[in-house]
Design a protein around this ligand. Structure first.
Ligand SMILES: [Zn+2]
Ligand SMILES: [Zn+2]
Length: 340
């Protein structure tokens, strides 16, 4: 079968590899849609934290069950499915507490232990495979994974029941959090981004105010919009160096900041703001099965305008081009999904 590899930084090649053979308890999936994630761009640039080159891209996937291994009872060939691309060890302290997302021994695609999803076929263990609900097509199904990231971040920030929130960064994750905030009935939803195009998408998806973080003073504008109160929750889905200080400045007293952006270098933080306003800063890492199931329900309920987030679909042979478009921003785009 064919698979799309990043062979060296900024080089993508479609190579023929051995057809995967389904083992006991496993499901062979014919890939129909697979999304390009920010982490795929890290892999593309050769700077991913743990995925080493050469590696097959991708972990956001939807497809059709092609074959099931012995012992698989819940799924059958022909069924449309998506995959929770994370297998936790089930034995460590984190797993024993139900924090499967922060298991230090979890396995994810695009590593020697588990192939990436940019291939004609993909194998997953039965417990990681979820049938697509009726009305959720393959492209929408491939969005279940990033939506689960947003669901988890929204839980960490306790978005439900808030009056005013800010989403810093209107890329895929920020926009999906915004959709959730709207779904939960948050009254004031402020979105920021460096690109006017993304801010336009944010407004279409229900942001009540948008701020261009490059041209405008985010703190001053939030202050004005909230009459000096600040926002009760901030989701950080962008990685500018001053982003945590920006979040703490616009947060209301006793506010919560959920950090979902993966900022791998040290950045300075004014800690006094956290003391002064008794703020909480929480990390948000992937999702649990409950978050993933919630994401599928939200997709089935039409809570997320998939067409606003997935701004382009391309064929498998255009994978390299799609990565280049996102990396160099050759076109206005949010999420690009590769279809097979
Ligand atoms: Zn992703
Ligand atoms: Zn574990």
């Amino acid at each position: 079968m064919k698979a799309a590899f990043v062979t060296e930084p900024y080089k993508v090649a479609i190579r023929d590899i051995q057809d995967p053979v389904v083992g006991p308890g496993e499901v062979l999936i014919r890939v129909k849609a697979t999304g390009i994630c920010g982490s795929d761009l890290h892999l593309y640039k050769g700077v991913h934290a743990f995925r080493k080159l050469p590696a097959i891209l991708g972990h956001e996937v939807a497809g059709e069950v092609a074959e099931v291994g012995s012992g698989v009872t819940r799924l059958k060939p022909g069924q449309p499915v998506t995959v929770l691309p994370q297998i936790s060890c089930g034995q460590c302290t984190a797993c024993s507490k139900g924090y499967f997302n922060i298991c230090p021994r979890k396995t994810v695609p695009g590593t020697p232990a588990w192939q990436g999803t940019f291939a004609e076929y993909f194998i997953a263990r039965e417990e990681a495979v979820y049938p697509l609900p009726a009305g959720v097509d393959y492209v929408a199904g491939s969005l279940a994974e990033p939506l689960a990231v947003a669901v988890h971040a929204a839980r960490r920030a306790e978005l439900k029941g808030r009056e005013r929130v800010a989403v810093l960064g209107s890329g895929t994750i920020g926009l999906l959090v915004l959709a959730l905030a709207r779904h939960y009935g948050v009254k004031e939803i402020i979105a920021t981004d460096a690109y006017d195009y993304n801010l336009g998408v944010a407004r279409k998806m229900g942001a009540t105010a948008t701020i261009n973080a490059l041209r405008e003073d985010v703190a001053a504008k939030v202050n004005e919009i909230t009459a000096g109160e600040g926002v009760e929750a901030v989701i950080v889905a962008a990685s500018a160096p001053g982003i945590i200080d920006q979040a703490s400045t616009i947060a209301a007293r006793r506010g919560t900041i959920a950090l979902v952006a993966m900022i791998s270098q040290a950045i300075p933080v004014m800690t006094y703001t956290f003391v002064y306003k008794e703020l909480e800063l929480k990390g948000s890492q992937t999702y649990t099965a409950a978050d993933f199931e919630a994401a599928l329900k939200l997709l089935a309920a039409g809570a997320v305008p998939v067409g606003e987030v997935v701004t382009k679909t391309v064929g498998f042979e255009d994978t390299a081009r799609a990565l280049e478009i996102l990396d160099k921003r050759l076109e206005e785009a949010v999420k690009i999904v590769v279809t097979l």
